[in-house]
Design a protein around this ligand. Structure first.
Ligand code: FE2
Length: 362
């Protein structure tokens, strides 16, 4: 039964803890087309860390770097490299969301508290999710600032690529822990199992994974959770877990309404994508039937297409966006399909395995 016990409204933002937020902000502006709209740091009176808030469409990301070794953010960066720390929800009432989550078995990460500046006050609280990832809750009624207390307006435009919002965010967890975390999202956040994929759907000659997609009642917030499955060689999920040193966010999928234009821009901006062999395109029309887009363009841009009973989708995956083979991005356009591109798994995972082999990690 659909329910929303924590009264989640939307993903407020996703915060990354990184080694050099200033440079990361430049990368996400110039490569991915986010625009910076707010900033907090020494110049604004914040002494512990600098944060850059960027947005594109409704997708908001925050990049944060500590100023000194005493900050706990360093432990995260030392262990995980650059990665997602917080998937923050906008809620009706942060106190109520936190109390309900803890009553449902979540571990507290941060007790409810006011965050205040001259522009007003927001309530903030957080619970622990997989690994060192947290979900924070933010509620406010009349906050007037550009983002959150402590931030000031500091704009720097990006090369907009037409990305609209976060479509889904995927977590990688250890072997045997997928169902634990699926149950956690169901028990604590009231999410339901939307689709699952087993190792028969997602296996190649060498490596495999299992996945379950958890969704809120409106299907606006979707969190697939992956775990490695035993294969002849190392699963891509294991490679992630080895290099992230534990569970964490594997990829953010960003929605566009025109993937041809979006990927053309991203490629021109220097974003690097995974590639599939030409044989994928030779077999494409037989597999997915007629689509609105020209097959030549699809092939040229290296896009992936999949069809299900409801329609089709176009998608493309970047290479990891940091030196550790951990976090990457997906660009997705949905034309009726609410799926995740199951028909592309084989070609995609073979592509990932080629990259893994180049890294000596297969
Ligand atoms: Fe995805």
């Amino acid at each position: 039964m659909a329910e929303n016990p924590l009264r989640l409204k939307s993903i407020h933002h996703v915060e990354f803890w990184v080694g050099n937020a200033r440079q990361a902000a430049y990368y996400y502006r110039q490569a991915f087309g986010f625009s910076q709209f707010a900033y907090a740091g020494l110049e604004t009176g914040r002494r512990d860390a600098a944060s850059y808030a960027l947005e594109q469409g409704k997708a908001r990301i925050v990049l944060t770097t500590p100023y000194g070794p005493e900050s706990p953010i360093n432990d995260h960066v030392r262990l995980h490299g650059d990665g997602v720390r917080d998937i923050c929800f906008h809620v009706d009432d942060a106190d109520a969301a936190f109390a309900e989550a803890v009553a449902r078995g979540a571990d507290a990460a941060s007790e409810p508290a006011d965050r205040t500046d001259e522009q007003g006050t927001v309530r903030h609280a957080a619970i622990a999710a997989y690994g060192h990832t947290i979900h924070s809750f933010v509620s406010h009624t009349d906050y007037r600032g550009p983002f959150l207390p402590g931030y000031v307006v500091k704009e720097a435009p990006g090369r907009d690529a037409g990305l609209l919002r976060i479509d889904h965010m995927v977590g990688n967890v250890e072997l045997g822990r997928m169902n634990h975390w699926a149950d956690w999202y169901s028990r604590v956040l009231g999410f339901s199992r939307y689709i699952s994929f087993d190792d028969k759907d997602i296996s190649t000659e060498y490596s495999a994974l299992m996945s379950v997609v958890m969704s809120d009642d409106s299907f606006a917030i979707k969190f697939p959770i992956n775990e490695p499955a035993p294969g002849r060689k190392k699963s891509q999920i294991e490679e992630y877990l080895d290099f992230y040193r534990g569970p964490g966010v594997q990829h953010l999928a960003l929605l566009t309404s025109d993937i041809i234009s979006t990927v053309t821009t991203l490629r021109a901006n220097g974003v690097e994508f995974l590639t599939v062999p030409g044989s994928y395109y030779d077999a494409l029309e037989a597999r997915v039937g007629r689509i609105d887009e020209a097959l030549d363009t699809i092939r040229q841009l290296g896009l992936l297409v999949d069809r299900d009973e409801e329609g089709y989708l176009l998608q493309l995956f970047t290479k990891p966006v940091e030196d550790r083979p951990t976090l990457f991005f997906e660009i997705i356009q949905r034309k009726g399909s609410r799926g995740f591109g199951k028909g592309n798994f084989k070609a995609l995972f073979e592509s990932i395995e080629r990259e893994q082999a180049l890294r000596g990690n297969l």
